[in-house]
Design a protein around this ligand. Structure first.
Ligand code: GRF
Length: 222
């Protein structure tokens, strides 16, 4: 018996490259999920085009509609529920989730952020990492809570920060890892392999060999 594809709803505001990575992973058969709907708060977001091209319902929900933020999030919630969504995936969604959305999908909202949280939450994170002189940066998939980039951490990927980096070159290096890590984290959730202990996310079967994993930057002599 084939398991039913796990139903995802993606919220995005812009170019949607993470959405594309998730769609590609599903199309390749490596992620047993289905993007049931893509919702954007920006009418001409490229993420909507990507959704349509993949045959996925693409819905613009106007944040300036009547009733303020709660009503806006209620409209989003209705769209997600209509499509049977069981995990909400924020992928470049440029708004903070309010109580309406959080209450509708408790423990069922993921976000990806282009830094190694808890370092550098918020905006302009590559600039923050460069200005701070961090030797490593990366990306973090986390559960969404009421704060900004504060929820329990599911998965991270680490990349070096090079002396020659600009914000753009660092962002591009991190983005390549986002596209690998986000589908992986979604797979762990869809397979029921994540468990919350306080604010720690426990994965049922940790990767073998992880005990000796270390990155050093600048590199150690070989
Ligand atoms: C990514 O860097 C993500 O980490 C951040 O917003 C960006 C979205 O990029 N939250 P895209 O729209 O998925 O291409």
């Amino acid at each position: 018996m084939t398991a039913r594809p796990f139903p995802l709803g993606v919220l995005a505001s812009g170019r949607g490259s993470n959405l594309q990575a998730i769609l590609d992973e599903i199309a390749s058969g490596r992620l047993a999920a289905a993007v049931k709907v893509v919702v954007c708060d920006v009418a001409d977001a490229f993420a909507l085009d990507r959704a349509r091209r993949a045959g996925v319902p693409a819905v613009f929900v106007d944040p300036r509609g009547p009733g303020g933020k709660a009503a806006y999030e209620q409209r989003i919630t209705e769209v997600l529920r209509e499509h049977g969504v069981e995990l909400v995936v924020l992928a470049g969604y440029m708004r903070v989730c309010g109580p309406t959305l959080l209450a509708a999908f408790p423990g069922r909202i993921f976000n990806i952020h282009p830094s190694l949280l808890p370092a550098f939450p918020g905006l302009h994170v590559q600039r923050q990492a460069l200005e701070h002189g961090a030797r490593f940066s990366g990306c973090t998939v986390h559960f969404v809570d009421a704060g900004v980039d504060t929820g329990p951490i599911v998965a991270q990927a680490v990349v070096p920060v090079l002396d020659t980096d600009t914000e753009d070159s660092l962002a591009a290096r991190i983005l390549r890892q986002e596209h690998r890590v986000y589908p992986h984290a979604i797979r762990l959730f869809a397979e029921g392999r994540l468990r919350l202990e306080g604010r720690r996310v426990v994965v049922d079967a940790p990767a073998p060999g992880a005990d000796d994993l270390a990155l050093v930057q600048p590199p150690l002599p070989s």
